[in-house]
Design a binder for this molecule. Structure first.
Ligand code: GDP
Ligand code: IMO
Ligand code: MG
Length: 422
């Protein structure tokens, strides 16, 4: 394994956590390049314990892996400490030899969360259905060149004045526009300095670290957060997240030179889900959607919201796989389709080659479906392609045909070993 990148090929929750944990056993580094605590990556360990990681990379369950949060990540200092403490309570210590945090990563501060949540209150026009973790406002301040970075914690130089400047702008919005209480920068500073002291040993120029590692031929696994269809530039804008979820973001987010990737793998669920607002061409409403939600346990790993469910959208997949340069794919949750009766696959959008650039256009697409036979056998114990029932094999082959991308691995359950390669 050299430098590999794993991206979610849909709107998130494809099973990236499980797949990254699987690949991490052979990695030296596992690296997040974008996003923040909005991610929820679930990992089921062989002893049956289940963990949901939000900020920590999914390599933390393998000793010997160095986990990295790159410059493009936005990081809530209190949340990352909490996550480390939760792991420690479970007997897994994440010390500075196993987690490196970029000095350039921006901090998610209380104003960001408060603004995110204020904008998202029920009934507010323009709601995106965010996770409420402060991601959008934090990236706004980053792009507005008034954000605070982990480096500001390390030096503390000008920390108080930077916080005051941010507070002036953000409190104005919070109070005047949204009628929320202002947040006192002095109190944030005190708590931040305390968190900063604990985080200091983890901070580093992680770009330098990774460029060196790649130069030495180490195995580096880049972990996508969010799904490609939530990419800020290329997703279903404005119903997207505020970062580069596609593999293009790796270079700037992690700080490695272009061309540094040997392989991109797309992870796709055997059907589609989406959390929050925004167009979803193959969505199933009513009882049919409910049946998939129940079978797949489709509730958000970060917010607990019911996920919207629908058929596999191969037209959207063609777009996201091409965009991210994925020449192979891991198909997850095939087991969930057992007993769902005849299945549908969205094969194309009528009169549209590619993917529309506006959410309005996406919602007007006319999907063309293929109906294929389903199967009733449970797949949890299957460990080879040949072991699948005929219709499940045909399903996999049809998805390959429609997307033009090889399915190199199939996942048939949440456990680390409930998977087989092809
Ligand atoms: P991520 O955000 O892409 O890491 O995905 P999530 O963790 O949010 O959601 C995926 C859910 O599906 C988690 O509860 C996983 O434990 C579970 N899961 C992953 N792969 C499989 C699979 O092949 N079959 C089943 N039944 N569950 C799976
Ligand atoms: P993982 O990594 C599913 C969605 C939110 C919302 C939009 C913007 O587990 O796949 P944000 O809080 O990022 O500003 O919300 O993006 N979203 C996700 N949906 N899985 C995720 O992460 C998501 N991260 C953000 O629901 O629609
Ligand atoms: Mg998730």
């Amino acid at each position: 394994m050299a430098a590999e990148c794993i991206v979610g090929a849909q709107w998130g929750d494809e099973g990236k956590g499980k797949v990254i944990d699987y690949f991490a056993r052979k990695a030296d580094y596992v690296v997040r390049w974008a996003g923040g605590g909005n991610a929820g990556h679930t990992i089921l360990l062989p002893d049956g314990r289940k963990f949901v990681l939000h900020l920590l990379p999914a390599g933390v369950f393998h000793q010997g892996v160095v986990n990295v949060l790159g410059a493009g990540v936005v990081l809530d200092p209190w949340q990352v400490l909490e996550e480390m403490e939760a792991l420690e309570r479970a007997g897994l210590r994440v010390d500075p030899s196993r987690l490196r945090i970029s000095l350039r990563a921006h901090m998610v501060l209380p104003w960001h969360k408060a603004l995110d949540q204020a904008r998202e209150k029920d009934g507010r026009p323009g709601r995106i259905g965010t996770t409420g973790k402060g991601i959008g406002p934090c990236y706004e301040d980053k792009a507005g060149r008034r954000g605070l970075r982990m480096a500001d914690l390390a030096s503390r130089e000008g920390l108080a004045s930077s916080l005051e400047r941010l507070a002036r702008e953000r409190n104005l919005l919070l109070e005047s526009l949204y009628g929320e209480a202002p947040i006192d920068p002095a109190r944030v500073e005190a708590s931040l300095v305390e968190a900063g002291e604990r985080l200091l040993p983890f901070l580093e120029d992680t770009g330098l670290l990774l460029r060196k590692a790649l130069g030495e031929g180490k195995s580096v696994l880049f972990e996508g957060a969010q799904g490609v269809l939530l990419d800020l530039d290329h997703g279903t804008y404005p119903y997207v997240t505020s970062s580069s979820a596609s593999s293009g973001g790796v270079f700037s987010g992690a700080g490695i030179p272009f061309g540094g990737l040997d392989r991109v793998i797309g992870v796709a669920k055997a059907y589609t889900t989406r959390v929050g607002e925004g167009p979803f061409p193959s969505e199933l409403h009513g009882e049919a959607g409910e049946r998939l939600r129940k079978a797949g346990g489709e509730f958000g790993a970060t917010t607990g919201r019911p996920r919207r469910c629908g058929w596999l959208d191969c037209a959207a997949l063609r777009y996201s796989l091409a965009l991210s340069g994925a020449r192979e794919m891991v198909l997850t949750k095939l087991d969930v389709l057992s007993g769902q009766g005849p299945l549908k696959i969205l094969a194309s959008y009528e009169g549209m080659d590619g993917f529309p650039s506006s959410a309005g256009e996406v919602s007007r697409l006319r999907p063309r479906y293929e109906e294929v036979p389903g199967w009733d056998e449970p797949l949890g114990g299957v460990r080879s392609f040949e072991g699948l029932p005929g219709p499940a094999r045909d399903y996999v082959l049809r998805v390959e045909d429609l997307t033009g991308v090889r399915i190199s691995m199939v996942s048939v359950g949440p456990g680390r070993d409930e998977v087989f390669r092809r």
